[in-house]
Design a protein around this ligand. Structure first.
Ligand code: TXA
Ligand code: MG
Length: 298
């Protein structure tokens, strides 16, 4: 079943049931080395699934849950290995969407849920996105409208005695995390066998090639066949109808909430190329830049 969250829609199954979890991998065509996030209804449940809950992790959870923050902790045996790709750590998150929180509260098991898209494609931010790609493969989509945040959760890894490390930029800004627990390591992986297994270079991809504006030779592109994803203002060298402005008020949060939908819409317009503007590398701009860069990695 697909569920709405404030970040993106998730494809959910009983996290304690290996067979149910294996269906998620099958439906998404997701490699088994890419572990899943386990969604719980509240901070009180952490001790059921994690061996330890360090002070700093607790501080983050208290401040940002329910919300766009995933915390990775040493796992208890109740979490099947298939969920964590054999790693001794489990990723936990309390999502903010009201309906999904009600569902979680009514269940006596947590929900493993990756984003509800085929592996490698752009994450879904409304129920229609899920229906278009997975509608014939899953029994139910809970329609919770458009996701407020629009990019996935920020992931913070608490590896035993090591200092906390951010593995993925996301809906909670690094600045806010550091204001709560002090300096963190930034360990955003790249490469084909990264430490955070799902963080492959190529991810969140459109079918149409996508490139940053600064890598483009404007003279050599076919302007009618080029789409653009821009922050607040149209580019003057392309037709307006080929462009999507993410936030005419230059708001990073509005831009993030429109990002994946805009990528999907441009991908349907049969362009040869999509170009994008880099965003200010701060706050949510870091998550937006990360997703665009990965979408463009070949
Ligand atoms: O906002 C979100 O986090 C959304 C919603 C549905 O909650 N979920 C999401 O899941 O983005 P997914 O599967 O698309 O990304 C989860 C990523 C994995 O690819 C991996 O990088 C990391 O979380 N992850 C999960 N468990 C991990 C673990 N035990 N160790 C290291 N990384 C882990
Ligand atoms: Mg995903």
């Amino acid at each position: 079943m697909a569920i709405p969250t404030e970040t993106v829609y998730g494809l959910a199954a009983n996290a304690l049931n290996k067979i149910a979890v294996s269906e998620i991998f099958k439906i998404k065509n997701r490699p088994f080395f890419d572990p899943l996030i386990v969604h719980i209804s509240g901070i009180d449940l952490v001790e059921q699934y994690a061996i330890s809950f360090p002070e700093k992790a607790k501080k983050l959870a208290e401040k940002f849950w329910p919300g766009a923050l995933t915390i990775i902790l040493p796992k208890k045996d109740v979490i099947p290995d298939i969920v964590t790709s054999g790693l001794p750590f489990v990723a936990l998150r309390v999502p903010k969407n009201k309906i999904t929180l009600e569902i979680l509260k009514s269940l006596d098991f947590p929900l493993a849920a990756p984003s509800a898209n085929p592996f490698g494609y752009v994450s879904p931010t409304n129920a229609k996105h899920v229906a278009e790609q997975l509608g014939d493969k899953i029994p139910m989509i809970v329609d919770g409208g458009k996701c407020d945040i629009g990019v996935e959760s920020t992931i913070v890894f608490f590896e035993n005695e090591n200092p906390p490390a951010v593995l993925r930029y996301g809906g909670i800004e690094i600045e806010e995390i550091e204001n709560t627990i002090g300096k963190v390591k930034i360990n955003i992986s790249s490469g084909s066998k990264p430490q955070s297994p799902g963080m492959l270079d190529k991810h969140y991809s459109t079918t149409t090639p996508i490139k940053p504006l600064q890598n483009i030779d404007k003279a050599s592109i076919n302007k009618d066949k080029t789409g653009a994803l821009v922050f607040g203002k149209y580019l003057n060298f392309l037709p307006h109808k080929n462009q999507i402005v993410l936030s005419s008020e230059f708001s990073l949060s509005v831009a993030a909430s429109n990002l994946f939908e805009a990528m999907r819409d441009l991908d349907k317009m049969n362009f040869e190329l999509i170009i994008y503007e880099n965003f200010p590398n701060q706050g949510l701009g870091m998550a937006i830049n990360d997703r665009l860069k990965r979408a463009g990695t070949s």
